[in-house]
Design a protein around this ligand. Sequence first.
Ligand SMILES: Cc1cc2nc3c(=O)[nH]c(=O)nc-3n(C[C@H](O)[C@H](O)[C@H](O)COP(=O)(O)OP(=O)(O)OC[C@H]3O[C@@H](n4cnc5c(N)ncnc54)[C@H](O)[C@@H]3O)c2cc1C
Length: 623
Amino acid sequence: MQDTAHASTPSGNAVPRDIAIDTTGMSEGKRRALEQAETAREKAELPSFAAGLFNGRFDYDVIRPFPAPAEDPRGEAFLRSLSEFAAKEVDGDAIDRAEEIPDSVIEGLRALGAFGIKIPRDFGGLGLRQTEYTRAAMILGSVCASTTALVSAHQSIGVPTPLKLFGTPEQKARFLPRLARGELSAFALTEDDAGSDPARLATRADPTPDGKGYLVNGRKLWCTNGARAKLLVVIAKTPPVVKDGRSRDQISAFIVEADSPGLRIAHTSRFMGHRALANVVLELKDVFVPKENLLGGEGRGLKIALTTLNTGRLTLPAAAVGASKRCLAITREWASTREQWGAAVGKHAAVADRIGRMAADVFAMEAMTLLTSGLVDRGGTDIRVEAAMCKMWGTETAWRIVNDAVQVRGGRGYETESSLRDRGDVPTPLERLLRDARITTIFEGSSEILRLFLAREALDPHLRVAGGALDKRLPAGTRAAVAARSAVHYGLRYPGWLLSVGGPGGPGALGGHLAWAKRCAKRLTRKLLHAMLRHGTSLEGEQVLLGRLMDAGTELFAMAAACSWAEHLRTPEAEVLADRFCREAKVRIDRSFRGLAVNEDDSIRALAADVLAGRFRDLERVR
Ligand SMILES: Cc1cc2nc3c(=O)[nH]c(=O)nc-3n(C[C@H](O)[C@H](O)[C@H](O)COP(=O)(O)OP(=O)(O)OC[C@H]3O[C@@H](n4cnc5c(N)ncnc54)[C@H](O)[C@@H]3O)c2cc1C
């Protein structure tokens, strides 16, 4: 199949080689953002179970048997020590109130090696795997969100991961031992005008005339760990290069010493939750960074940030698992003992409904996160889609779980932990957990951005086959030829996507669910193709419709993960939980599909446009 991104437009302008999406007709800002994202996008070279769901495949054998790595005694010993330390020394309530993590906690974590979990032993780290790292995040996530963020901003997005992936041997030798010893690091990408859209970055790194390095100028917003870090990853623009006849912005990544002259903390930010983040606004004024500290070469910065997040993104759903398990325990204890209206509150159907769902969702959330972590450790598969699904679904579900837990615990759910303790009641931290959970669907890739990411990956194989037929940048003849070839391609495959034979199944309820899921992947693919045909190049703007398809795909992945996890655990309880989860997921998937045909998307979007234009300003007036 022709690589559609290689041709010339009728006007003779070269079509950027790495942009598979037709950006003609887009606003300048949108075009730049999209081109930046496309350039930084990793091309799928390895198979992915979850990406295959959007291409008619349900390759259950990729995830069965469950990819649990062999037990590592060193890893188990570390996790045991971390659990004991977290239970005894990490007081989430006190940290929340003081808005500061005590030095004793940081020292204790340092002594355990918790700041070098995945740093190779050769460099002084623990050299453990993604699975142990994920489990560490689950442990910390169940006690204190700020402490989890301290460890993860350093390791998931801070210096160690990009350094391991993209650093030169000299850079690794220079920095990894410092990081393994517990020198903290942070990640500075966001700016006032650049949140989800890094194309808007304003921080500049200009090469010095003597060629020895760069002078960095700019302002970075919301840098977690910024007040404690000794080393920072700073993302900045280096001079543009001309590529395919067009000037292209270059986004680069640097390792910056926090005590560099010209770098100062301009503000300490405070938030609704995560109150002890040491999160700051950084100002960089002519900060000299030696060229030896450039990571991965000029123009690789966004790719580095995105690649770092592939696995980095697993920390938040892992922490969400920890917090959700805590919610489940609190809810169970309360709902089984608190009597109102003649019965334990958990026996009233409206409350029972929340509890049942909570248990099923916790099971699936843990399954997805451990499964994806296990795939990372096993290697050989592309886990970007799985990790994005874990983050999006896990954080959204955890938010619902903690909200339900607050509801079930009634007024005590809304009362602070210390207030409950002071008046002699059971000191549960739901009020804090709710505040802490709220940001998790926003940072490290908001849910909206992750759905766009998933949609881009889901569409990729189809764009490769049929995208050229819709690309107005290509000559009419080329488009017609691509259309003819894609008709043959889909003509051969479509009948198979209509058949509902076979399944990875096996006996019992889970076998039935898996057979259903296999058929459903075909249905999902058909629906994606129909959407492509119906909306053509404007599909990219149909975020709500694409969101339904991405939600359905994510639920399918969750079903598969839950079944594989249950098969691995081999307990009747696991089977019940996986079964209940799958039943609910099927209802949600059907709802998503129904929403594709019956919805009020257009009228709601038109209403939003009127709201934004100020037509209903009177509605905002309190009468
Ligand atoms: C507590 C906290 C800690 C943080 N830590 C760090 C850190 O350590 N390092 C760092 O660099 N940054 C950090 N951030 C920044 C965080 O990653 C950003 O908040 C996040 O990227 C979103 O950017 P924004 O807040 O500017 O929202 P915006 O990008 O302005 O978005 C606003 C809303 O619009 C939605 N939206 C935006 N674009 C689209 C689109 N194309 N389609 C659909 N919806 C869209 C978003 O999802 C969001 O709901 C932190 C933020 C907070 C609050």
